[in-house]
Write a protein that binds this ligand. Structure first.
Ligand SMILES: Cc1cc2nc3c(=O)[nH]c(=O)nc-3n(C[C@H](O)[C@H](O)[C@H](O)COP(=O)(O)OP(=O)(O)OC[C@H]3O[C@@H](n4cnc5c(N)ncnc54)[C@H](O)[C@@H]3O)c2cc1C
Length: 602
């Protein structure tokens, strides 16, 4: 069988949203409530999107349990980002935070409560009061199932608002017309294997992260960076892809996440001497320093022989001193994960942990309305008409070179809503759909038919495994220039093989092998963007730490050679020509004074 224009069905919507995680559903709600005809696509049932796995909380300076205000949150986020975050977007997010969290509460979100009825808030890494003086309680939590509660709340509100869900549909490519405007997507209905063109006035990408380009990851299997692949193939840049967050506490050997909320509740990290080593690296915030900082410290302890276990290759997270009652009340899932994935009862003994890939700071570049921006003739903020992006697949950029925990769930709510609002306005002014170009499905047909016609070649599973092994080896917690350069070569060689992927089973109904083969086209874009952007950045900033670049004398234990003179700028990677470009960081907030770059200690 081959796919042809003749067997494609076209359907028309006001808006097509690719992704029904927290960000996609927050946007969908805004749109459906305004009466727009919205198609919300998801590879899995909406409430199985990765947002469901978020444990620790969503940040907002409510000040329910300790003195707080959005200025502190704004400062922490900039410092956490190692000054690569755009200060206009950060101000917007931190100011909006209390509003969107209360809104979520009113949608029915079952937050934990304080005795006075207010939302329970716990401390989290890098979140402080009085500009770094002491940890603050800013993470609004529903036990250690905050994402689960949030996603179900948003799903129910969307059902009420009559959003059209396309469950188990995979979007494949963006459709751009001769003006470069986005006018729809191509999509595969997994159940039937049929191809569709979904025409829309606006397409919103909300496809989440791409943590599956690494071998050891806290991310769901579906997190293959599809939105990034779609954007890259359509000629749109991917921004700041060298910045990947390692979460300090993945279960050693399993990769499953133990929330930072553990340390928020008082858990501590220990080396093989039983020493609470974070006191040495971050005297003020200790175990609650930002994630890049803690992950590097752990790696350093392991490298210097103070790791635990027979191979000295992990450290321990100790929780038993919190008491069984607190653990069962505040961290019930963490308790279950301990038993199921490490055979450890955390109420009695410490659990082995290692830094594990968790989050991409980079993504499809947008402005604060969620509109995708591109460089056009010296203008860095030209808008791609008809295309928006929100959530982990986007880069607005509020997280810069390192995200603070709980700022992602916040990002989904703030920018999901903002994008929704903006699209409603756009829709009011634009009553007609733009016509589809004749070759709307051409790229997708070529991809599908390459698979249909293949009789021999590489299996997609083995290619994906090669991508993951390469990224794990060449883009880890600590990087070296030589290793990154080698990684660039290896990924380029793997890319050559992607064009000859073979599909043995060519049946149509629920053919997951076809889906996986199509996902590899996205993995390779993300992997190459990451490797090439990383190898070019000859400094250390946030999560991008390269041994080769010198460290300031007062920080001998870390190679923190940040070079603001040359590198206070965003990376843009283009798939076509495998080319890099750069644009300045916005150090100007919307209304308040800028926070100028300084040395980052905790
Ligand atoms: C284990 C874990 C714990 C976390 N804990 C926290 C926390 O406590 N606080 C915090 O702030 N952040 C946390 N994070 C980060 C945060 O949860 C994520 O960044 C965020 O949930 C991503 O939301 P999203 O809407 O962007 O994407 P997702 O929730 O990942 O949803 C992506 C959606 O896109 C769909 N999709 C993807 N590709 C396609 C395609 N081709 N066609 C159709 N649909 C597609 C998927 O089916 C899915 O519906 C955690 C992350 C992990 C992995």
């Amino acid at each position: 069988m081959s796919y042809t224009n003749a067997n494609i069905t076209t359907r028309k919507f006001d808006v097509v949203i690719v992704g029904a995680g927290g960000s996609g559903m927050r946007a969908a709600l805004e749109l459906s409530r305004a009466g727009l005809n919205v198609a919300s696509l998801s590879k899995v049932f909406p409430t199985r999107s990765h947002t469901v796995a978020a444990q620790g909380g969503v940040s907002a300076s409510l000040g329910n349990m300790s003195e707080d205000n959005w200025h502190y949150h704004f400062y922490d986020t900039i410092k956490g980002s190692d000054w690569l975050g755009d200060q206009d977007a950060i101000e917007f997010m931190c100011r909006e935070a209390p509003k969107v969290v209360y809104e979520l509460e009113h949608f029915g979100m079952p937050f934990d409560r304080n005795p006075d009825g207010t939302i329970y808030q716990r401390p989290f890494g890098g979140h402080t009061a009085n500009y770094g003086e002491k940890p603050v309680q800013r993470a609004c939590a529903a036990a250690d199932r905050t994402g689960h509660a949030m996603l179900h709340t948003l799903y129910q509100q969307n059902v009420k608002a009559k959003t059209n869900f396309f469950v188990e549909w995979m979007a494949l490519d963006l459709i751009r017309d001769a003006d470069g405007d986005v006018v729809g997507v191509t999509a595969l209905e997994m159940e039937t294997g049929d191809l569709y063109v979904l025409q829309a006035k606006t397409v919103l990408l909300a496809t989440g992260g791409a943590g599956r380009i690494f071998a050891a990851s806290t991310n769901a299997f579906i997190n293959t960076g599809d939105g990034l692949g779609m954007a890259a193939r359509a000629g749109i840049a991917l921004q700041d892809m060298e910045f990947w967050q390692f979460h300090p506490t993945g279960v050693a050997g399993a990769g499953v996440l133990l929330t930072e909320g553990c340390r928020g509740e008082g858990a501590i990290l220990l080396n093989s001497n039983g020493e609470r080593f974070m006191e040495r690296y971050a005297p003020t915030l200790k175990d609650l320093a930002p994630r890049d900082f803690v992950s590097r410290s752990m790696d350093q302890e392991i490298k210097e022989g103070r790791g635990c276990g027979p191979n000295k290759d992990y450290v321990l997270l100790k929780l038993d001193h919190l008491g069984a009652e607190t653990i069962h009340k505040r961290l019930p899932s963490v308790y279950e994960i301990g038993v199921n994935f490490a055979n450890v009862d955390i109420t009695k003994e410490p659990i082995p942990v290692v830094p594990t890939i968790h989050y991409q700071m980079g993504g499809v570049p947008t402005n604060i309305h969620g509109q995708v921006v591109s460089q056009q003739g010296g203008n860095n903020s030209a808008v791609v008409n008809g295309l928006y992006a929100v959530g982990e697949c986007s880069c607005v950029s509020v997280h810069g070179a390192n995200r603070l925990g709980t700022n992602s769930l916040l990002d989904l709510l703030v920018f999901g809503k903002a994008a929704g609002r903006h699209i409603v306005e756009f829709n009011e002014k634009n009553r007609e759909h733009k016509p589809l170009p004749k070759d709307a499905a051409e790229r997708t047909l070529a991809r599908l038919n390459q698979l249909e016609q293949s009789s021999e070649g590489t299996y997609s599973q083995s290619l994906a495994a090669d991508i993951r092994a390469t990224m794990q080896q060449h883009a880890g917690v600590f990087r070296t220039q030589a290793s990154m350069d080698e990684g660039v070569q290896k990924i380029a060689a793997i890319r050559e093989r992607v064009g000859s992927v073979t599909l043995q089973d060519k049946s149509k109904v629920f053919n997951t092998a076809r889906i996986e083969a199509l996902e590899v086209d996205n993995l390779i874009e993300v992997a190459q963007a990451t490797m090439v952007s990383a190898a070019a950045r000859t400094e250390c900033r946030g999560a991008h730490t390269v041994y080769d670049y010198e460290h300031p004398a007062d920080h001998a234990e870390f190679p923190l050679g940040r070079n603001d003179k040359e590198w206070l700028k965003h990376t843009l990677w283009y798939s076509e020509g495998n080319r890099l470009d750069y644009k300045p960081v916005n150090l100007k907030p919307l209304t308040v004074d800028s926070v100028p770059p300084k040395v980052r200690t905790f």
